[in-house]
Design a protein around this ligand. Structure first.
Ligand code: NDP
Ligand code: 8X3
Length: 250
């Protein structure tokens, strides 16, 4: 039986690689994102029978509803929801951060994710499906400048665990995927387009690749139906945890 994936943030990074992994294996994919040209490129690659593009800003609940209402017959029975769209904006300490950037992260990483999940829960329950939420190590480990981004990802992880509890007995699986440093457009977005900063961060570090996360999501989605991965934290070998910082009076 052909299964159907709906994934947000399909135009770049983890999302695009995950579309490629699932569509090339025969799944139907609803690919969401704002950049319609990139979604069209996925349709061109996999064909309209396999790939349905849904171009909307995930913060716009009416646009989300319209896109879901417009799903063609073959794409409505969603088996797996991957809540992947998200972003970090800025690395300034809280006391110098831009409030509008904080709000954009909350609107995207929290409010939109919860809205889409709520909208699709009846379908996912009817199909005994799965919800795979892309959180981050930033949910688990604080770092300077992580403030609201880390807070939004802590929501994603805790929301995932709460969903697990609420969906007890429905057969719906829920997983929080918590990646460490991965080379995508993430740092370009975070720095407002600073390619040099992005290159410098990843240089020589052998970061996680989008294909690594796509393969992880593929593995989780295709486990036997009696198994649930609750949380999965993955890091590149080059990245590890450091100690506390201590401020000393002069
Ligand atoms: P990218 O910047 O490469 O991709 C982000 C995706 O999110 C894009 O497809 C973008 O699509 C989509 N998106 C962002 N804002 C919106 C919006 N308002 N409406 C619709 N879509 C939106 O980053 P990654 O692939 O790295 O990020 C994917 C997820 O992984 C994020 O949730 C991120 O927080 C998380 N993550 C990333 C890590 C990393 O180091 N890269 C590590 C841990 C977690 P478009 O712009 O076309 O709308
Ligand atoms: C992205 C990983 O460490 O830059 O979520 O916050 S990190």
């Amino acid at each position: 039986m052909t299964r159907t994936l709906l994934i947000t943030g399909a135009t770049a990074g983890f999302g695009r690689a995950t579309v490629e992994r699932f569509a090339s294996a025969g799944w139907r994919v609803v690919a969401c994102g704002r950049r319609a040209d990139r979604l069209q490129a996925l349709v061109d690659a996999y064909g309209p029978e396999r790939l349905h593009p849904a171009a909307f800003d995930i913060r716009d609940a009416d646009a989300m509803d319209a896109a879901l209402d417009a799903l063609p017959e073959g794409f409505r029975d969603i088996d797996v929801l991957v809540n992947n769209a998200g972003l970090a904006l800025g690395t300034a300490p809280a006391q110098r951060a831009d409030l509008m950037q904080w709000r954009q992260m909350i609107d995207t990483n929290i409010t939109a994710l919860a809205t889409l999940t709520h909208r699709l829960l009846p379908t996912l329950i009817a199909r005994r499906g799965a919800i795979l939420n892309v959180s981050s190590i930033a949910a688990n480990w604080p770092y300077p400048g992580g403030n609201v981004y880390g807070g939004t990802k802590a929501f994603v992880t805790q929301f995932s665990l709460g969903l697990r509890s609420d969906l007890h007995g429905t057969g719906v699986r829920v997983t929080s995927i918590e990646p460490g440093m991965a080379e995508t457009e993430f740092t370009l977005v975070r720095t407002g387009g600073d390619q040099a900063a992005s290159d410098a961060l990843y240089a020589g570090a052998h970061p996680i690749t989008p294909a690594d996360i796509a393969e992880t999501l593929w593995w989780v989605a295709n486990l036997p139906p009696h198994l649930n991965v609750n949380r999965l934290e993955v890091m590149p070998v080059s990245q590890s945890l450091a100690g506390f910082q201590i401020h000393r009076e002069a």
